[in-house]
Design a binder for this molecule. Structure first.
Ligand code: F6P
Length: 548
């Protein structure tokens, strides 16, 4: 077996980590901190404007040494270089993976099949900027001559979650004279509620879909066109003023009736969940303006450069990714909580769910072998402090190990009395409580009755990272997103999986296409499903008939 084909669990570093795990699994963070008064500084790193404290993890120097060895043995450097070079590292789709090219400065050169893609990236950004300026200034008029007041992005998955998250995250920087809404679900309620108080004459739809074939998006786009035309007197020329498209598929865009002059292009080397900084970010650019959008791209790029060039032991995404490997592979942690202490980041965990789980929810390696180690953990979270009054109980005292990422900002965008110090006090307190807990002795010393002592003990030893950033800006948001993107890359490279395909979403889509006509058929369809699915379909049809 060559080094490249060696299975992960057979590698010397993995075997050494297994042994090392036995010696460290019971070690308590209390002890690790007591033994090393400088641990809080030694296991912390500051770069590209992010302070990353990873000292409250169940690791020692030896753990890090072995994890870094694992990164080297699995060829992480080679994989990073291959991505930045434009190699077709998405092997199951035979595609390059070049979201890093979306934020490459003008003048850089990144080749895909021999063609430098950076000039095209900037041509689209320029076209987006010109369009955004026209909408923001009111120069772009609707069919009746009214200016646009509402922008609705129609998309799903990567064509929705990034735009929603970025709009919420950067709302402070947004043009408040425009309303932004996002429609994703095929559930008609999503569309109905998004438009119920809007005037079609003032509403612009951005139909965002890489493929322009996605069931949810195309269904919503058709409903949007009907709603628009109905409200604008049925003149189909109105579509040109009220619909633009973001896609890789110009033929389908034309077929829908959108002039390709009003189409913003991206490319098959941009994965959906890595596309929020491509033309998929058009709603973001209209909201925050082209200059802020470029600032966002600069932030992404700074983190890209850090990831590409920093030595692994000082590389933020690499360290973060290695810690995920450590907890999932050895402690068998099933989930990771992302806890931003910043209200504007309320959709950040939801965004990360697609980024992390669609990327690394894989059960076979690049060559199709079933893995014998856990891959992508479940990511979830809520902004603090709300989560503290909901699920933190389980993180503190439950039976599961849940590594947490705390994210806090030094300056708030909305200074209000003592709020911000209180917020940050909670970040620090939660990480402290999780790590160090409260012993039975401490609980008893407070005069707690014996019967209550076990209930009030905090075992501690619950790991976390704390990320501190000066201020939430477009630039720092770009850095944070790229940090997670590259952490996901690091994990996937070590697990030797394809982090850039998503075959797991296909089967359900295909089966739904088969079931739709069975639900709509006027005459009783011949059902050939399993008995459960057939009964459900039958029951739905009967009840629909009876109660309609
Ligand atoms: O859910 C699968 C998926 O293909 C995602 O990867 C993608 O982000 C989403 O659907 C939307 O796809 P599209 O942009 O082609 O409409």
């Amino acid at each position: 077996m060559t080094a490249a084909t060696q299975t992960l669990t057979g590698r010397p570093a993995w075997k050494a980590l297994e042994q090392h795990f036995q010696s460290i699994r019971e070690a308590h963070l209390r002890t690790l901190f007591a033994e090393d008064p400088k641990r809080g500084e030694r296991f912390a790193l500051e770069d590209v404007g992010l302070y990353f404290d990873y000292s409250k993890n169940r690791i020692t120097e030896e753990t890090l040494k072995l994890l870094l060895q694992l990164a080297n043995e699995t060829g992480l450097r080679r994989r990073i270089d291959a991505m930045f070079r434009g190699d077709k590292i998405n092997v199951t789709e035979n595609r390059a993976v070049l979201h890093v090219a979306l934020r490459a400065p003008r003048g850089e050169s990144i080749l895909v099949d021999g063609e430098n893609v950076v000039p095209n990236v900037h041509a689209v950004l320029d076209k987006m900027a010109a369009f955004s300026d026209r909408v923001r200034s009111g120069e772009w008029k609707g069919h009746t001559g009214k200016r646009i007041r509402n922008v609705i992005n129609i998309g799903i998955g990567g064509s929705d979650l990034g735009p929603v998250m970025a709009y919420e995250a950067l709302r402070h920087y947004s043009e408040r004279g425009l309303a932004f809404r996002f429609v994703s679900n095929v559930d008609g309620t999503d569309f109905a509620e998004a438009v119920h108080d809007l005037d079609p004459a003032e509403t612009l739809f951005i139909v965002s879909s890489k493929t322009f074939t996605t069931l949810e998006t195309m269904t919503n786009a058709h409903s949007a066109r009907d709603w628009s035309l109905q409200g604008l007197g049925g003149d189909s020329r109105a579509v040109a003023k009220h619909f633009v498209a973001v896609s890789t598929n110009s033929a389908k865009v034309s077929e829908f009736g959108i002039d390709t002059a009003n189409m913003f292009e991206f490319w098959d080397w941009v994965g959906g969940r890595y596309s929020m900084d491509s033309a998929i970010g058009l709603s973001t650019m209209i909201a925050i303006g082209p200059d802020n959008f470029r600032d966002l791209l600069t932030g992404f790029h700074e983190m890209d450069e850090h990831f590409r060039t920093a030595p692994f032991e000082r590389n933020l995404p690499v360290l973060m990714g290695l810690l995920v490997i450590w907890y999932s592979g050895f402690f068998r942690a099933e989930t990771i909580a992302v806890l931003p202490y910043e209200q504007y980041l309320k959709r950040f965990p939801a965004y990360l769910q697609q980024l992390t789980m669609e990327s690394n929810g894989k059960h076979v390696t690049l060559d199709g072998t079933v893995v014998d180690y856990p891959t992508g953990p479940i990511y979830w979270g809520e902004p603090g402090t709300n989560g503290q009054h909901s699920f933190y109980q389980l993180i503190h005292q439950g039976t599961r190990l849940i590594p947490c990422d705390f994210i806090g900002f030094v300056h708030t965008l909305n200074p209000l009395g003592r709020h911000h110090d209180m917020l940050l006090a909670n970040v620090f307190a939660q990480a402290e409580a999780l790590a160090f807990g409260k012993t039975a002795e401490q609980v008893k010393a407070e005069g707690t009755p014996d019967s209550l002592v076990p209930h009030r003990v905090f075992q501690g030893n619950r790991p976390s990272n704390t990320i501190i950033v000066e201020k939430l800006t477009p630039n720092t948001l770009g850095k944070l997103i790229a940090l997670y993107e590259h952490s996901v890359f690091t994990q996937g490279a070590i697990w030797n999986i394809d982090s850039f395909d998503q075959w797991g979403v296909e089967l359900g889509k295909v089966l739904a296409q088969r079931i739709i006509p069975e639900l709509e058929a006027k005459t009783e369809p011949k059902l050939e499903h399993d008995s459960s699915t057939s009964s459900l379909i039958l029951r739905y049809r009967q009840l629909k008939e009876k109660t309609s």
